[in-house]
Design a protein around this ligand. Structure first.
Ligand code: PEP
Ligand code: MG
Length: 898
């Protein structure tokens, strides 16, 4: 029989899959001897069983009641006990943190009787009735499905009636009256009564939390964070402790280091006389954690000690929630804390310096995605001017967009391509779609641990919160700055989440310090910590990685930048980009040529231009391999658009003019060459086989550039790559031509020129016949863009806009296969081709030059598949270096034992 419930003392942090992050960490803290209120965890397995069948799994309730008895013994009170009731919290807790996305129900165990007992033991009738009305409100909306606005409205009405500015001004009698009103609302809305039985409250609360796994907010969050839908949530049931029992009580959130910058030192927010939810909701403004030292030195000292224990134990930044109940400290939650990219690099480097982790573990703790984030631009300090307002720097980066005042408006404007900044007093989980759509989030209330801050940091979104100087009027859709400036909806503002400032209008952006370092090898003092940490992580990655990293570059400038970024060569030089601009005329002449002579003349005119291109790139990459791909796209891409030409001719005719002869000639060529599906038409190697002289011209240009660079004292290492090969015979024909032309160049120049010849593997047939193709190829380079198109039968340009969002919504794939390699399908073809290619030619050099070459997850796959190199755009070279290093660590199992 499956076991569905674990006491805290029976679990541990390695059980997150079963007990959820929250449950397993509570268990770990219990085992460490930290003061954790007693409780137990109902497993994710129970949730999955419930979601599959719609009923609670057999035996679960019996287990719950057994574990409840243990908790009751530990607490010395029983659930629902009339004179001194034990109250429980029922919280969700999935394997991966999903802040605020699922349900929580507090104060389970109160009813018409036990509320009187609670009033007596707590010494506060007001507290007891307030807790009871909170339970009915939460239970009514979450478990019984009553519209929460109905409860809100009746409390607002009562406050109006009493002239009370906030809840705190309602007295015990008011709250008791509210309890009756709430119970009536529930009865009217559902025909059912609020359950008086604590056991039934508990049972229904647990099932409601299970159910909330499939709530809309939770599903949306999972899609965005790529969290699988089938994990389910665990449910933590725990004795309540109260932070709202007076001035000697309170709740707080704390970090063992600053999660925004990584700086060491305790850091957090505290709210006296409040429950934990009040801290995160940002309803009242918190005080900095340091203030607790003055308010309650004893609890503060114990908190510091526990946090030191946790950081040493987890060997990482820990994020905790705590409550002080009448001077007694309770630890309510811990986890390895989320952090900004900057903090991730800084903390990884510092923990290694402190000897808590090894340099390899330090590398395992940073990510290419984080590095990419640090390479984004920031605001130009010289151009910012005076800020409209200051707030807390909650999530770094710079963003410019139109101010919008609700989630729906943010989504609406973003859908038509507008950049927006979501401005709210505070955010709630209902604002999630707007936060996803916005470039930045700005709130007037709440600390760095408010909902807005936590969620924005997790998403890598810019966020300034707690900008109290701003008066935000959601109804009027505007905010007013301290100087009287009114910013209406649609007005562009700039938000700096690194310093916590809001500026009027669009502020220009400048490169990041990390980018400057990568470009020049020199950091700037202000950001020295992050830059230094990035440099160290990259250096470590370079030491341990097996994959080489090359760049896709077609100009000497790009090649030079790629080299500065650490590229070890060019993995793809697309020659079609050299056929554009002024040269298009020559290409047109080549295409339209009616005779061999005319074609030869056009090709001869292109030759020196191509030679110059290659020479420049070979010089920038001197000593390193440069893989030059022969022309790939269909030739009509170099001719004017068919409709445009037809319209031009028709317009001339309508005016009574004679259309230009050249236009008529062009249109007839365009019509002749029109293809229904150009992706699968006359392109790639097929062009080389049917357009006379094309391969010869390109190869001659390459050969002559190599000879020229060699004579100039360089070490050019050109490699010639043939695109879209599906059969070895195609490659053989081109290869013979390449060898013939290079022979001629050698003879004519007196410099022996030989270049490795290889092929792209970008058609399933090529992958499946790789053994034969390898006989003619000295290297393979996977063109995973085309290989993905042809394996799935997806025409990228059509499908991505047309229906990918529906596929992502329906969970056909969690991420576009054009972004992250589809391991099961395309990856399988890669593995086959690697194995068969090397079976024929053991020293076959194998790389990848599709977009996936710079995608972190795909880099790990290519490492595991045994490739020699990945090639990606110059800007992604540092990311690929880092991830190639991390992939090598995975192989040697430098597992992160957190
Ligand atoms: C590819 O298909 O992956 C590739 C690199 O070629 P292109 O994107 O130029 O078709
Ligand atoms: Mg391709």
């Amino acid at each position: 029989m499956a076991r569905y419930v674990y006491d805290f003392a029976q679990g541990g942090r390695d059980m997150a899959g079963l007990l959820g992050g929250k449950g397993s960490n509570l268990a770990e803290m219990t085992r460490l001897g930290l003061p954790v209120p007693p409780g137990f965890v109902i497993t994710t397995e129970a949730c999955r069983a419930f979601l599959a069948t719609g009923g609670e799994p057999e035996g679960m309730l019996r287990e719950v009641s057994e574990h409840l008895s243990t908790v009751e013994v530990a607490a010395g009170r029983r659930l629902g006990q009339r004179d001194d009731p034990l109250l429980l919290s029922v919280r969700s807790g999935a394997r991966f943190s999903m802040p605020g996305m699922m349900e929580t129900i507090l104060d389970i165990g109160l009813n018409d009787d036990s509320v009187l007992g609670l009033a007596k033991v707590s010494g506060s009738e007001r507290f007891a009735w307030d807790s009871y009305r909170r339970l009915i409100q939460m239970f009514g909306s979450t478990v019984m499905g009553v519209d929460p606005a109905l409860f809100e409205r009746s409390i607002a009405l009562l406050k109006d009636l009493r002239g009370a500015p906030d809840d705190v001004h309602l007295d015990a009698a008011d709250l008791a009256q509210l309890v009756e009103t709430y119970k009536n609302i529930i009865h009217l809305e559902t025909g059912d009564h609020f359950p008086q039985s604590p056991a039934e409250q508990l049972r229904r609360a647990v099932l409601a939390v299970f159910q909330s796994w499939n709530g809309e907010r939770a599903r949306l969050y999972r899609r965005r964070e790529h969290i699988p839908d089938d994990l389910g949530t665990a449910v933590t049931v725990q004795c309540m402790v109260f932070g709202n029992l007076g001035p000697d009580s309170g709740s707080g959130v704390a970090f063992t280091r600053d999660p925004a910058t990584g700086r060491p030192g305790l850091y957090g927010d505290y709210l006296p006389n409040a429950q934990g939810e009040d801290v995160v909701a940002g309803i009242r403004n918190t005080v900095p954690l340091a203030e607790l030292e003055r308010l309650d030195p004893h609890s503060y000292a114990r908190l510091c000690e526990h946090m030191r224990t946790l950081e040493r134990h987890y060997r990482d930044l820990c994020d905790i929630e705590f409550t002080i109940e009448r001077g007694r400290l309770w630890m309510l939650q811990t986890r390895v804390g989320k952090r900004t990219a900057e903090a991730a690099f800084a903390i990884a480097a510092e923990l290694a310096d402190e000897g808590l982790i090894t340099p390899d573990e330090s590398l395992a703790r940073v990510s290419g995605e984080g590095l990419a984030r640090l390479m984004f631009p920031r605001f130009d300090a010289a151009a910012t001017g005076d800020p409209l307002a200051h707030g807390l720097p909650a999530s770094p980066g710079a963003a410019v967009g139109a101010a919008v005042f609700d989630s729906a408006e943010a989504v609406r404007r973003a859908a038509v391509g507008e950049n927006v900044v979501l401005v709210r007093q505070e955010t709630t989980p209902d604002d999630l779609p707007g936060m996803i759509a916005a470039q930045a989030v700005l709130t007037s209330r709440g600390g760095k641990t408010s909902h807005a801050a936590v969620v924005a940091r997790g998403m890598g979104k810019v966020c300034v919160c707690g900008a109290e100087e701003l008066s935000v009027d959601i109804e009027a859709r505007c905010f007013t700055a301290p100087d009287g400036t009114v910013v209406e909806e649609g007005t562009v503002i700039s938000v700096d989440g690194s310093v916590g400032a809001v500026y009027p209008g669009p502020v220009p952006l400048v490169d990041s310090a990390v980018m400057r370092f990568l470009e020049s090898g020199a950091g700037d003092a202000g950001s020295a910590r992050a830059v230094d940490a990035v440099a160290r992580a990259l250096a470590r990655a370079d030491t341990v990685r097996r994959l080489e990293v090359r760049a896709n570059a077609d100009t000497p400038e790009d090649a030079a930048r790629a080299r500065r970024f650490g590229a070890q060569g060019i993995g793809l030089c697309r020659t079609e980009h050299m056929f554009l601009g002024e040269r298009r005329k020559l290409v047109e002449e080549m295409i339209l040529a009616g005779t061999d002579g005319a074609r030869d003349r056009a090709l001869a005119a292109l030759l020196p231009l191509q030679r110059e291109d290659f020479s420049g790139i070979l010089e920038a990459m001197d000593g390193l391999p440069v893989t030059i791909r022969l022309l790939d796209p269909p030739l009509h891409e170099f001719l004017p658009d068919r409709t445009e030409l037809a319209v031009r001719i028709a317009a001339a005719e309508a005016r009574g003019d004679l259309p230009a002869a050249h236009d008529i000639e062009l249109l007839s060529a365009v019509n002749r060459m029109h293809e229904e599906n150009p992706m699968l038409g006359l392109r790639g190697v097929r062009l080389g086989l049917v357009v006379p002289g094309l391969v010869a011209m390109q190869v001659r240009a390459i050969g002559e550039a190599v000879a020229e660079r060699t004579r100039a004292g360089g070490s050019p290492r050109a490699e010639i790559m043939v695109p879209l090969v599906g059969d070895v015979r195609e490659l053989r024909i081109v290869r013979e031509e390449v060898e013939r032309v290079l022979g001629e160049v050698s003879a004519a120049s007196g410099v022996p020129v030989s270049c490795p010849v290889g092929t792209m593997i970008e058609l399933p047939r090529a992958a499946l016949t790789a053994d034969r193709i390898a006989a003619e190829a000295e290297f393979f380079s996977f063109g995973t863009n085309d290989l993905t198109q042809t394996t799935w039968g997806f025409s990228r340009d059509d499908v991505e806009a047309e229906f990918f969002s529906a596929y992502l919504d329906k969970g056909v794939f969690p991420v576009s296969p054009f972004e992250t390699l589809d391991r099961d399908g395309v990856g399988r073809l890669v593995e086959i081709a690697v194995a068969e290619g090397r079976a024929t030619r053991p020293d076959l050099k194998i790389g990848v030059c599709g977009e996936h070459g710079g995608d972190p997850d795909s880099v790990h796959f290519f490492h595991a598949a045994g490739l020699d190199y990945v090639s990606c755009s110059p800007f992604r070279v540092p990311v690929a270096r880092l991830e190639a290093g991390r992939a090598a660590l995975e192989e040697t199992d430098v597992s992160d034992s957190r």
